[in-house]
Design a protein around this ligand. Structure first.
Ligand SMILES: [Mg+2]
Length: 157
């Protein structure tokens, strides 16, 4: 199964509003200022152990190298990264009409995790599956693991 994660307000969160993973040690904390939602590291490890393929799908223009470098500091490796530039090149290019801001089914992603409800609405229109994460929730990773289990059993409907 292929699972993608949004970055801003999904994995990268404000430490004022959310419980976050421990900061990186110097000098990495000076290079990578984003803070990870608490539970991210354990969730990625659990998904890896289940044999899941892990992707990032962000509309931001952070470079692939930056994103990989940041997560490497936490021991997290992604299989593939779609950023705003790649999306523009591979999804939007060649279409005169506006394509959805994210189009996970283009990459055969089975489940996309995001904080933006408009992405879920696009999922209903364009036929891809989205799980929305909200504000601080100690059990957010359990909800995702349960949803994955449900999709495995019933398919993404
Ligand atoms: Mg977001």
């Amino acid at each position: 199964m292929r699972i993608s994660f949004d970055l801003d307000d999904t994995l990268f969160v404000s430490e004022e509003k959310f419980k976050v993973e421990a900061p990186l040690r110097f000098p990495f904390c000076a290079i990578y200022k984003e803070r990870l939602r608490l539970g991210t590291i354990a969730l990625m490890k659990a998904l890896r152990e289940q044999g899941m393929e892990l992707w990032v799908y962000t509309t931001s223009f952070r470079s692939e190298q930056y994103i990989r470098g940041l997560f490497r500091c936490y021991g997290i490796k992604f299989d593939n990264i779609v950023n705003g530039a790649r999306h523009a090149r591979e999804v939007q290019a060649g279409h005169t009409e506006a394509m959805p801001s994210k189009y996970p089914s283009k990459y055969r992603i089975d489940l996309h995790i995001d904080d933006d409800r408009s992405v879920a609405e696009n999922g209903r229109t364009y036929g891809f599956h989205v799980w929305i994460v909200g504000g601080q929730d100690d059990n957010w990773t359990d909800h995702i693991l349960k949803e994955i289990e449900r999709i495995r059993k019933n398919g993404a409907s």
